[in-house]
Design a binder for this molecule. Structure first.
Ligand code: BES
Ligand code: ZN
Length: 636
């Protein structure tokens, strides 16, 4: 057995924990970390499929099956304070040492059957946090950890009233994927471990709590909210938000939670959610999660969306007024099948979540809005992929990526998304759409409520499509897609008729053959505008920029994606009339995908960097921890 604190030393742990906000090294003096640095291993040691290099937990010995949370949200202190009771299932009869993941948690005590038991918090690793070791009494199958979170928890953002739409009440939301659940709950933070959970959340009376669980839209505002998630989910899907929220139904199984001033516009923008749910279910098999609601977050939400089961978390930056950005909803909904029902076993396998989901997103968009939109979105996605392939190291272009020693947040790219989807599209083209759809239905059914590795996927392909369609598919090609960088030669290349005229118009204008204001744009869809801007040459001159801006009012575009594209052009060409808008954009939006490319581009010149620093310094206190860490390097 390892070198644990004797019970007499427990009070020392408690006092150390109590006086420190970041107590991860509380037990430094007792035992040194015994893990060889993963960075050194990765160069020489073969990666083990299915091994979670981003968790200290020991589910193969003792598995957590249920969590019971009791947490109070203290908005003054910016802390969640309370307890989690874990129910365990011993996988090995003699196993008594339970290892959990934590990050920046203050653990005050651990009890089992009402008695305090021994625990030890190991020194923290920058990416992984600190392992919490607990000795369970023999025969005990429950332990309760009393703890509080840090105000700077990487997986929670505490917003002041000024950072919300209503400006009157504070707001809290969590974002657990990939490895941040451990910063607000001590647990086995690995996508291989599925738990059911129940929760009691205590809030100021005027606020409402919602979770990735059973929510009650008509609940009384009494400051105590109870939840149940009866289906087993991986830890990265545990989610909580607290704010001045209201609910509006959008259909039998769909609705939206948002701050009052955002509710109506969100419900209108996303009114097709119910049809998307029905169409996806008809195509890919039953929806397993009962309700599908959306939660609209304040603009600092660092992602476009997060597929928290039963309640996707959504950025308000996609409420464009014309449904032009609702592919995001199709995407988060699609995760109900690919991701939440069939889950990646490790972060190396993320492409199984995101690639399948991106493939499904395109298909859902086609079912709801037609082939024209499908083609345009496929071309735009393909262009995003190509630009990443140009800029990423070869290793980061591999679907089954080696993330040992790295923080999964640092490796976010279009590869798992668009390359994953293109791979599946190639299979679809080779064996026929209906056959591939049939395969997907069976795949979701076969692995339902399981976490799977890339290797398990390949074995399954071997047993199914590679046998059934031996004349059309080839194993070597499959492994090239999954294990080699780049896009395999001969891969499908998406095309859209609707972009042909956009290319002609752009070419003619660039050649001086027409004025911008004479281009026939009255019937252009959002996607055509985006394509028009995204494919401008790197350098435009001041007259050209001014002409585009005055013809199309780009600087004042209310569509956040169009504005993003235009501001990228403005930065690349130092088009100063757009800089006030740029400043406003950077300081009012925290969605990393929209701000990071701008910071990166600005950081390339000294003046740009100074401007970026000014915006960043002002925005920083309102950015989510992920957005801060993703961008601070550009302004230093
Ligand atoms: N699950 C992801 C977000 C995520 C991925 C968080 C990996 C942390 C680690 C979510 O479903 C997603 O893909 N969001 C995208 C949506 C877009 C591709 C439509 C986003 O936020 O931009
Ligand atoms: Zn996704």
């Amino acid at each position: 057995m390892k070198n644990f604190f004797k019970l007499s030393a427990l009070s020392l742990v408690i006092s150390l924990v109590a006086c420190s906000e970041v107590p991860e090294t509380a037990s430094n003096s007792v035992e040194a970390v015994d893990k060889t640095p993963i960075k050194e291993l990765s160069a020489t040691v073969k990666i083990e499929a299915g091994k979670d290099y981003h968790s200290y937990a020991n589910p193969e010995e003792i598995l957590i099956t249920h969590l019971n949370l009791d947490l109070t949200a203290d908005f003054e202190a910016k802390k969640l304070i309370g307890s989690v009771q874990v129910t365990v299932d011993r996988q090995q009869d003699d196993a008594n040492e339970l290892v959990l993941d934590t990050r920046d948690l203050a653990i005050s005590s651990v009890t089992s059957n009402g008695e305090e038991i021994v625990f030890e918090l190991k020194p923290a690793d920058e990416n992984l946090g600190a392992a919490l070791h607990i000795i369970l009494p023999e025969n005990a199958n429950k332990a309760t950890i009393n703890y509080e979170t840090s105000p700077s928890a990487s997986g929670a953002q505490w917003l002041t009233p000024a950072q919300t739409a209503g400006k009157k009440h504070p707001f809290l939301f969590t974002q657990a994927q990939a490895v941040h659940a451990r910063s607000f709950i001590p647990l086995q933070d690995s996508p291989q471990v599925r738990v059911t959970y129940s929760a009691t959340i205590r809030t100021p009376k005027e606020l409402i709590a919602v979770m990735s669980a059973s929510n009650e839209p008509d609940t009384e505002r009494d400051g105590v909210y109870k939840f149940d998630m009866p289906q087993p989910i991986p830890s990265y899907l545990i989610a909580l938000a607290i704010g001045d929220l209201q609910f509006k139904s959008m259909g039998e199984r769909t609705g939206v939670y948002a701050e009052p001033s955002v509710l109506a516009s969100a419900a209108a923008e996303f009114e097709d959610t119910e049809s998307m749910l029905i169409a996806t279910e008809n195509k890919y098999g039953p929806y397993s999660w009962d309700r599908y609601d959306l939660l609209i977050l304040p603009p600092s939400f660092p992602f476009g969306g997060m597929e928290n089961p039963r309640l996707s978390f959504i950025t308000p930056t996609v409420i464009a007024g014309d449904k032009s950005l609702v592919a995001l909803i199709a995407h988060e909904l699609a995760h109900s099948w690919s991701g939440n029902t069939v889950t990646n076993a490790t972060w190396r396998d993320l492409w199984l979540n995101e690639g399948f989901t991106t493939y499904l997103t395109y298909r859902i968009m086609e079912m709801i809005y037609g082939e024209g939109r499908f083609n345009m979105e496929a071309v735009l996605g393909y262009q995003d992929l190509q630009s990443d392939i140009k800029s990423l190291d070869a290793n980061d272009q591999i679907l089954a990526i080696d993330l040992r020693g790295r923080n999964p947040d640092d490796v976010f790219s279009n590869i798992p998304y668009e390359k994953g989807a293109l791979f599946l599209r190639e299979i679809e083209h080779k064996i026929g759409r209906e056959n591939f759809d049939q395969f997907l239905v069976e795949y979701f059914e076969h692995f339902s409520f399981k976490s799977i590795t890339t290797d398990q996927f390949i074995t399954y392909l071997d047993e199914t499509l590679l046998t059934q369609y031996a004349d059309k598919l080839d194993k070597k090609r499959i492994t090239e897609w999954i294990f080699e960088p780049g896009i395999p030669e001969g891969a499908p290349v998406p095309e859209s008729d609707a972009f042909v005229k956009v290319d002609s118009a752009r070419d003619l204008w660039l050649a001086g053959g027409t004025k911008a204001s004479d281009i026939e744009t009255a019937d252009w869809a959002f996607h055509q505008w985006l394509y028009f801007l995204n494919n401008m040459p790197e350098k435009l001159n001041a007259e050209q920029l001014a002409e585009l801006d005055s013809a199309f009012l780009l600087t004042s575009s209310k569509n956040n994606e169009i504005a993003h594209s235009w501001l990228m052009i403005a930065v690349k060409n130092e088009y100063k009339p757009a800089y006030e808008r740029l400043y406003d954009y950077l300081t009012s939006i925290g969605r990393n995908k929209l701000v990071k490319p701008l910071y990166r581009e600005l950081s390339k010149t000294p003046q740009g960097k100074a401007f970026a620093k000014k915006a960043f310094d002002q925005a920083k206190s309102g950015y989510h921890p992920l957005t801060v860490s993703a961008n601070e390097g550009y302004v230093q």
